[in-house]
Design a protein. Structure first.
Length: 79
């Protein structure tokens, strides 16, 4: 029989982003650029262990928002 994995209970909270909201950033996984609109952090309820940090991005000028792991988001450098 296959073994199942139970995810521990977690909490989500909005945290201070590493760059100001509105900063133009690149999602290095999808190679898309967009404005940073926020960061959500997931932690275990017991022990407060960090599970993930997720950035929420939106194309410049508006459009459909997407999310990316925060460690794959970096500011776009000016030419």
């Amino acid at each position: 029989m296959a073994q199942t994995y139970e995810k521990p209970p977690t909490t989500l909270s909005q945290v201070e982003p590493p760059y100001p909201v509105g900063t133009l950033v690149e999602d290095t996984l999808s190679k898309r650029t967009g404005e940073l609109h926020g960061v959500i952090e997931e932690r275990t309820k017991e022990g407060n262990r960090l599970i993930s940090r997720t950035a929420f991005l939106r194309p410049e000028g508006g459009g459909k928002e997407w999310d990316a792991p925060l460690n794959h988001v970096r500011p776009v450098e000016n030419p």
